[in-house]
Structures are given as structure tokens and as C-alpha cells.
Design a protein around this ligand. Sequence first.
Ligand code: UDP
Length: 320
Amino acid sequence: MNVLIVGGAGYIGAHVVKACLSAGMTVSVFDNLSTGKKVNLFPQVRFIPGDILDTKALDAAMQGQQAVVHLAAKKAVGESMENPEKYAVNNITGTLNVLNAMGKAGVRHIVFSSSAAVYGIPHIPEIDETVPTNPINFYGFTKREIERFLVWYERLRGITFVALRYFNAVGYDAEGDIRGLESHPQNLLPIVMEVANGTRQELSIFGHDYPTPDGTCIRDYVHVTDLAIAHVQALTYLASGKASQILNLGTGKGHSVLDIVRRTETLTKQPIRYVFAPRRHGDPAELRASAAKAKEVLGWQAIHSDLDTIILTTWARYQR
Ligand code: UDP
């Protein structure tokens, strides 16, 4: 299968590229390297430098493709609230450009990076796909709206899709093939790692008075290699002519912020300095996926996502 991976030089994208190559697919990567890294580009891929706001570049990249994996997006929740225009243009207009180019070139399948952020603050800790979406930040809103566009592009242009709602993506390729580290990370585990390796002085833990056993937030951390495998399964699924799907990707298990800090200290043998800070606006106490539907539809299950594997594969990249 010829696959165009839009955003294939990014953190999740590079892991998806590796999984697709391992499955024998022919991979082209379309990326503007704004946050993606050159070191993440595998030598076996055809690299097409380009921006999803450049419709001509997209039209050219679609030639000869059978499917698209679309991961190119802005993803900082806080920034999306301060600069919604940037998120509207990059995430929504950019994705419409991808879909329009697919329609023109006759590419009929897309796997789309969605997010648990579409759910907002649900009233139950374990979420399946029937829980109503109610994003509480503009980033989550863009993902939810794109899912709705996908439904219409299927109806009107026959493009079938799998939208994958990632929970907390963490970890690194265990073989060390993906080296690019995110600059200025905003997510918990990279920040913890930067404290462990001395790049950063301390971690601020956002809230310690949540109704959880240790008072800190609980999240569903899923290894990026598991996420990557789901994309391969979704591509195979779509290529066999099956119906579009929206699927959660998570483990169903939760870890608190302090669980992550303590286990990282034990495994890295480095002290993690932290301070308790006020709650971050819009953080639910506990968020876990029900991934039963992904198992039923794709046969997918997280198999690399135990906490030690997550921490150790990440530490291998961050260790100086
Ligand atoms: N978190 C924290 N300090 C940080 C970054 C994150 O305490 O500097 C907490 C955050 O409140 C949440 C968890 O870590 O409970 C995971 O946050 P992250 O931003 O990685 O992902 P999110 O769950 O927001 O998608």
C-alpha cells in the first residue's frame, strides 16, 4: 500500500512511519518541519517538504497514494485558547486542504489523529465512544469538528476514515530509532524527564486536592508504539473496504501524576524535584479510555504501555 503520512516527522508521526515500514507499506512523508524533526525521517521514506496550507504541494503529494495518515496539527491546549486563529487555520483549514486534495486525486482512505480532548470533562472516569463530545478548549474543538467533516467527506466524496482518539501519548521507540525530542514540551512525562536529566529545575504539579487517592490527576498513558500499531491496523481495515470508525486508544488503566514522578525516580535513580501548583483550568480529576471498541473493530490492544516500559523507553532518549 502507498501511504502518505502527513506530519510524519513529528513525535507520533515518526512512530507511525516506522510501524508502516515494518508492515511493508511504501511511505511518503509530507511535513513542514515546523515541529517535526529531520532526524525523525527514515531513509526508506520519500520526504516531501510541504505545508498543509499549500494546496498545490498537497495535490502533488497525493499522486499515486492509496491512503493518508493525517497527524499534522497544532496541539498546545493553552495556546489554542489564546490564539484560536492559528488553530482554526492549521487544524481545520489544513485538514480540509488534505481532504480536498484526496478527493481530487481519488485517494479514498484516511486515518486521522483525533484526541481524548474531544470529550472535555466527562462525568464518568472511564470513557467509551458513546460519551457525548463536549470539548472545553479550542484544540479539542478543532479535533471534534474535523471528525464531523470526515463524516461529510465520506458521504459526499466516498473517503472512508478511522479517527483515532488518543489518550495520553507517551514513550519512545524501544529500538532507539526515533531520536527527535520535542522542543519546549508541555506534557507531563517529557517535563519529568527534563527534570531527571537536569535540563529543568523542577516540575509544577497542577493540583493536589483532586478526589483521587493521592490528590493528583489520573490519566491513561498509552505508549506511542501501541498508537503506531493501531494506525497500521486502521489502514489495513480501511483498505479491506470496511466502514468508517471513531475509536479510543488507551489502556483503560490510570496513573496519577505522583505515580509517574515516583516511578521515574525509582527507575532513573534521579530525584525529581517538584512543587505543588494550582490546578490547571480544565483538567478533569480522572480520565481513562474504554478501548473495547478498538479491540473489537481492529483487534488492537495496548501491549507496550505498562508504566515501566513507558518510562524506560523515554528515559533512554532523555538520558544525557
Ligand atoms: N501536569 C502537571 N504538570 C505539568 C504538566 C502536566 O501536573 O507540568 C499534569 C496535568 O495536570 C495532567 C497530567 O499531568 O493531570 C497530564 O497532563 P498532560 O499535559 O501531559 O496531558 P493532558 O492530560 O492534559 O492531555
